[in-house]
Design a protein around this ligand. Sequence first.
Ligand code: G3I
Length: 321
Amino acid sequence: QGLNALMVAAGKLYMGTAIETNNFNDAAYMAIANDRNEFGLYVPENSQKWEEIQPAVNTFSFAAPDSIDALAKKNGQMFRCHTLTWHSQLPTFVANGTWTKDTLSALITTHITNIVTHYAGSCYAWDVVNEALNDNGTFRSSVFFRTMGTDFLPLSFTVASKADPNAKLYYNDFNLETLPRKADAAVALVKLVQAAGAPIHGIGFQAHFRVGQTPNTTSLVALQNRFVALGLDTTFSELDIAHTSLPPNSTAIERQAQDYVGVVAACLAVQRCVGITLWQFSDKYSWIPTTFPGLGDACLWTANFTKKPAYSSVASFLAGK
Ligand code: G3I
């Protein structure tokens, strides 16, 4: 049995992966990606980001995410959607525009309404707001925060909910797992959205970890439970665990396996954890080496599509549940 089948047998909704249309012509890659035993959900790695999906005012480009959505439907997989209000990958007309609170609110409303409406009924979940916090727990100085204060948060969730009342609406961020002040700030952010009367259904922990520095299962369970207490679902939304020394030695290879199992165990231990998404499953397409030169080998499959010891460890762990 593959990872998705094992996750479902363990009571979860899915094991998913990030994917892009430029991966579609890689037959060896697609043989794994298309296998619903391995993956029960796709998320577009880049093509729903603002600069790709609305590169110019009122010009929407749905072709790439539509293809991923169609492939998911063909394979009987779920579709997770990423992302709406994010400071990064913004087209210059947004990032460098001259905005008032009213004009930026209107822009966000148009953006989210168009996109969420287009995918209504297809997206199991949306990462509505991504990475609004700095690592020290303050709000990131994005064009959204500078212009609107925190009002862009409830606005984004409210508009998304109107466009697709059935999608699960998530706040998604990184380093919540390792930085207590950032986790505190995310709890406060969720409460702020809720206090404004806006719907929020889930918290995405990106889970970009490093071998030997991955938080343990106990701490990941405690972290999730802070958000479960606020009524939210949880997920590990972009999991990868990078080696910090390449090529990894046998100790590091074993440690990567333990680290992956620890994260999967943390999802299994929390009833409201719906599933896990890998941020690509093969090293061939991992974002890590370009962004962090010297780090890598972070995925469960090698660049040649062989399964790593970490894959086997996760599969055996799940099979034993
Ligand atoms: O599409 C252009 C292409 O036309 C151009 O020729 C090429 C030259 O640089 O760039 C291409 O765009 C790149 C894009 O990925 C698509 O490949 C961008 O430069 C590159 O910055 C972008 O990186 C992505 C990054 O987000 C920034 O959006 C990574 O693939 C993607 O894995 C990464 O994903 C993020 C999540 O969305 C949010 N959480 C963190 C995670 C990792 O950074």
